[in-house]
Ligand binder design. Sequence first.
Ligand code: MN
Ligand code: MN
Length: 465
Amino acid sequence: MEKKNVWEKYQGMKQQEVFDFGEGYKSFLSACKTERECVKEFVLQAQAAGYRDLHAVLKEGGSIASGDKLYAVNMDKSLILFVIGRKRLTEGMNILGAHIDSPRLDIKQNPLYEDTQMALLDTHYYGGVKKYQWVALPLAIHGVVVKKDGTVIEVNVGEKEDDPVFGISDLLVHLSKDQMEKKAAKVIEGENLDLLVGSMPAVCNEEDKEKAKDTVKANILKLLQEQYQIEEDDFLSAELEVVPAGKARDYGFDRSMVMGYGHDDRVCAYASFKAMLEAGSCEKTTACLLVDKEEIGSVGATGMDSKYFEYMVKELLHATGEDSPVAFARTMMASQMLSTDVNAAFDPLFPEVMEKRNCSYMGRGIVFSKYTGRGGKGGSNDANPEYIAKLRRIFDDNDISFQMAELGKVDQGGGGTIAFILAAYGMQVIDSGVPVLNMHAPWEIISKADLYETKQGYRVFLKEA
Ligand code: MN
Ligand code: MN
């Protein structure tokens, strides 16, 4: 049952293709570190590939026909792509679904303060993070500030060569006697994840100096006003995300891997998106869901649990003349989905959390997970063997390398994905994605071979499942 290393089947041109695909991915991952940045980039690429804005098409009362490529943006933070198939919608869709949010630190709504002439921004962490991993490393700020008049100011500081970076301090080892005794969860406290952003007082005349307080903070506010037209109150209506600063890089002497921020789950988002573009128009209608908020439970208007996808499918049915609750139910029940999310790669430094016959390995291809969840499979989508058998056949016929894995040993922990949300419509769903090392750390690792193989697999699924 042991699966072969994927690299062994790539030679010459093929290996070059795998590396070239990795280059495109690295550029994407380096530039797109928030859900908004991902949506923006994917929309640009989709438009270039002939996709039209579904909301605009509907507004103009335009008709929708087989072969049409459409995209629908939800609040700039999630995105759906559709390619209308030759078969009727009620015969089911082939759906890929990834998430484009990643663990990070969000800046609070009243964030800026000064202490001992240092200016700091208070944050609230987003998603599952080991807090001690987010200190003493260069961080960047990405996001938007929305002014009262509706103007949206985009912020991206810390990525360009000459940009400043930010950071959260850790205690020097010399004075860490007490800290070293603490549990890992308490070594760095969530409330102490505050970003140092300045240390220089505003210059003021002698008279003002007497009464001036918080002059370092005042100086930062002055700079924010000059450079971004942001006032202190504007933080109230801002969504600013603190992320690791810097680009995705080749990893290892052999450059077989990529180190980057947010492989979970942008690696599957990228593979899904590229598979959509490559697959073109298929027998069945195909869809690619790129959603927000998975890391905090798929909640909210832009998470998978929102009704947005349902509404868009209903719009398509309406526009193709099959508008009824029954038609919607039939469409969903006849559909098949790959929930495209990452899995934990086996780590030789931490073998104790894995069960070697049922875990995923870097370089052995796309990972299927029949179930995720915790404890007795709690909260998981348990995929049907009939569906798995069909996928095995399609993947084997197309020489796509895949492996089957759980997320870690029984009772060692666990995790979830968006799979169960789509399964609730009565469609076939299974988790499938790329193995990741260091998952949820500021810098995660994937194999270029797994990325390529996953993209190939998703394309085959769209065309043949
Ligand atoms: Mn994920
Ligand atoms: Mn995750």
